[in-house]
Design a protein around this ligand. Structure first.
Ligand code: PLP
Length: 370
C-alpha cells in the first residue's frame, strides 16, 4: 500500500497552482529582482509585488510590513535577537516550538509563563510574569500549537502585554491558512510564518513588522541592502511567487478547508468510538485539521506511530531535535506511550481516515507486550 500522509502540520505539498505560478521564475524570468537594467528584472519586481499583496491580504497587514525570510525559524530568531541584543526580557511558554525555545535556552533574561495542560495560557501566571519584565520587553505567543492544535485566545493576552508597554510577537506558522488571521486588527507588533505549512514552497516565509509601532529594527542578515536594508540577500523570486499564490488560495479556500477538516475529524472520532483514549489540547479551541490523542491501551514499548505505517502520523514535531521531541508532552503531563499527532490536509479523504482508524484498531489488538 502507498504511504498515506497524515502529518500535514509538519509540511504540505506545493499546491499545483502555486507550482505553476513559480515555474517561469526559475529559468525564463530569472533576472535579479533588484536589478535596474532589464525588462526581466521589472517582471520579477512586479511578480514579487503581487505576492506581497496576496500575502498581506491573508495576514491582514500592509504589504510593506512583510519582510521575506527563509521561514519561520529565521523570523523568530531575528525578532528574539533584536530584543536579546538590547538586554530585554523574552517572555515565552515552555511549550513553544523549538525555533523560539532553543533560541533563548541559554539567555539569562528569558522568563516562562505557565501553560495549562491543554496548551492554553494560564492567565494569572501570564499577568504576574508581565509585571516582572523590563519595560519594552518581548512577549511571544504560539498562536496555534503545532503538536496539540490548541489555538490561543490572543486578544486578552495581547491587551495585557500592551497595557504594560511590551512588544508582542506571534508565531503564526500553524495558524496561517487554517484560521482567520488579523495582524492589524489585533495590533500585533511582529508575526512569523512559513510558506510550506500552507501549500507553498519550503525555504521561504516572512516576518511581519508593524510599521506604526516598531522603529529601528536591526537586520539579522547584512549585505546588499535588499528589502530596505532589513534582510539582505537576493530575493528568491520563484519561492516568493509560490508563497503568494499559496496565500491567495488559502484565503479563498479557508472555509472549504475548515469544513473538510471538521468532517474528517468527526469521521475519525466516530470510527474510534469504543476505544479508550484521551484527546489532548484545548478541545473547544483547536485546529480542525489536528488531533492529538493518547490511546490508553497501547502498552508496547514500540513507538505506536511506526506500527501504523504506511499511514504516516507523528508523535511530535518533525522540526524538533531528538532530545527535545518529548519536551512538550512531558511539560503537559501527556504520556509519550500511546500518543499520536494526526494532522489532515486537503488531500486527506474520509476513506483514508477510516482506514487509519482501522489500522489503529489492528495495531492495538495485535501489539506485542513484554
Ligand atoms: N513554528 C511552528 C509553530 C512550526 O510548526 C514550525 C515548523 O514546524 C516552525 C515554527 C518553524 O518553521 P520553519 O521550519 O518553516 O522555519
Amino acid at each position: 500500500m502507498k504511504s498515506v500522509f497524515f502529518d500535514y502540520n509538519s509540511t504540505t505539498p506545493v499546491a499545483p497552482e502555486a507550482l505553476e505560478a513559480m515555474l517561469p521564475y526559475f529559468s525564463d524570468v530569472f533576472a535579479n529582482p533588484s536589478g535596474q537594467t532589464s525588462e526581466m528584472s521589472w517582471q520579477s519586481q512586479t511578480a514579487i509585488k503581487k505576492a506581497n499583496l496576496q500575502i498581506s491580504e491573508l495576514i491582514k497587514c500592509q504589504p510593506h510590513e512583510i519582510i521575506f525570510t527563509s521561514g519561520a525559524t529565521e523570523s523568530i530568531n531575528w525578532v528574539f535577537e533584536c530584543f536579546m541584543n538590547q538586554q530585554k526580557h523574552i517572555f515565552i511558554s515552555k511549550v513553544d516550538h523549538d525555533a523560539a525555545f532553543q533560541k533563548v535556552y541559554d539567555y539569562e533574561m528569558r522568563l516562562h509563563f505557565t501553560s495549562n495542560t491543554d496548551g492554553s495560557v494560564d492567565l494569572e501566571s501570564f499577568k504576574t510574569g508581565l509585571k516582572e519584565l523590563k519595560p519594552g520587553s518581548l512577549v511571544s505567543l504560539i498562536w496555534a500549537h503545532n503538536e496539540l492544535g490548541t489555538i490561543l485566545d490572543l486578544k486578552p493576552l495581547i491587551e495585557e502585554a500592551k497595557k504594560l508597554g511590551h512588544f508582542t510577537h506571534v508565531d503564526a506558522t500553524q495558524a496561517l491558512g487554517k484560521i482567520d488571521v488579523d495582524f492589524s486588527g489585533l495590533g500585533l507588533d511582529f508575526l512569523s510564518c512559513s510558506a510550506h505549512k500552507l501549500y507553498g514552497p519550503k525555504g521561504v516565509g516572512s516576518l511581519v513588522v508593524n510599521s506604526k509601532t516598531v522603529t529601528g529594527l536591526k537586520p539579522l542578515i547584512a549585505g546588499g541592502g535588499q528589502q530596505s536594508g532589513l534582510r539582505s540577500g537576493t530575493l528568491n523570486t520563484p519561492l516568493i511567487v509560490g508563497f503568494g499564490k499559496a496565500a491567495e488560495i488559502a484565503q479563498n479556500k479557508l472555509s472549504e478547508d475548515q469544513r473538510h477538516f471538521k468532517s474528517l475529524k468527526e469521521t475519525f472520532l466516530n470510527e474510534i468510538k469504543g476505544l479508550k483514549f484521551t484527546q489532548n489540547g484545548d478541545l473547544k479551541n483547536s485546529l480542525l485539521n489536528t488531533i492529538n490523542i493518547t490511546f490508553h491501551d497501547w502498552k508496547s514499548l514500540a513507538p505506536f506511530h511506526l506500527e501504523l505505517l504506511p499511514f504516516s502520523v507523528s508523535q511530535s514535531s518533525a522540526c524538533s531535535s531528538e532530545n527535545n521531541k518529548k519536551r512538550i508532552l512531558s511539560c503537559l503531563d501527556i504520556p509519550e506511550t500511546g500518543t499520536l499527532r494526526i494532522s489532515f490536509g486537503r488531500a486527506s479523504s474520509a476513506k483514508n481516515v477510516t482506514a487509519l482508524a482501522q489500522k489503529i484498531k489492528e495495531a492495538l489488538s495485535g501489539q506485542k507486550t513484554l
